[in-house]
Design a protein around this ligand. Structure first.
Ligand SMILES: [Zn+2]
Length: 230
């Protein structure tokens, strides 16, 4: 290519004219912008595409789940009514953890993304899977709630042995009962899109306490206990 005013402007802009795609633009786009500059056009023309910052605040995958009074009240009542699981198996000092989904899934909404939730962020992780996919307990504990729960749809809440709570929401079917003890890996039900969900996915939430907003990153929680979700 001849060195000329266009090439000079491109160099000024930081473009490598031999591989313009590396700059995220086609060669024609780059030359077009250069032409605008040469013609005395506004310098803002080089700003490039507008960052898609707003896109991440949307609960992609259809999880509109936030604070739900019906769920929180039912959970509080049930949790107090069901005694603490003090059972300890001395033969198994290391408590195992398991993955909630045993097939391929897509993360349709990560934990912690900012958005229009009461907590200000997504309180769980959304794993998009077809309706009917078996959902397994991530850890051993006691089922404190297994019923329709407003925005959570058909949901199961397990009080884990370490005092954390695991919430599995939007299920199509529940196969455990309140008060039942479950082991890690045990099937709790099947995934679905019940409650405030526009697409089938499992919303998995880990809370350090019973109350809404005490959530932690489920991926990190499970990874520390030997179960790698991602
Ligand atoms: Zn969710």
């Amino acid at each position: 290519m001849r060195a000329g005013p266009v090439a000079g402007v491109l160099a000024f802009m930081g473009y490598d004219i031999d591989s313009p795609r590396e700059a995220g633009s086609t060669r024609r786009d780059v030359l077009g912008v250069a032409a605008v500059l040469l013609a005395g056009g506004a310098f803002t023309a080089v700003a490039g595409p507008v960052p898609q910052a707003a896109a991440e605040s949307e609960p992609d995958g259809g999880c509109g789940l936030g604070y739900d009074a019906e769920f929180e009240e039912a959970l509080a009542d049930a949790d107090e009514a069901i005694p603490e699981d003090r059972a300890r198996d001395p033969e198994k000092p290391r408590r195992k953890f398991a993955l909630p989904i045993r097939r391929d899934f897509r993360v349709s909404a990560r934990y912690g993304i900012r958005g229009n939730w009461l907590a200000g962020h997504h309180t769980g992780i959304d794993l998009a899977v077809p309706t009917g996919t078996p959902v397994h307990a991530v850890g051993a504990g006691t089922v404190v709630l297994a019923r329709w729960s407003g925005a959570y749809g058909k949901a199961v809440t397990v009080r884990l042995r370490d005092g954390h709570y695991a919430v599995y929401a939007h299920l199509s079917r529940i196969s455990v009962r309140r008060g039942e003890r479950v082991r890690a890996g045990e099937r709790l039900g099947r995934s679905g899109s019940t409650g405030r969900a526009t697409g089938p996915h499992l919303h998995l939430e880990i809370r350090t306490k019973r109350r809404y907003g005490s959530d932690v990153n489920p991926v990190r929680y499970l990874a520390k206990r030997g179960a790698r979700l991602l």
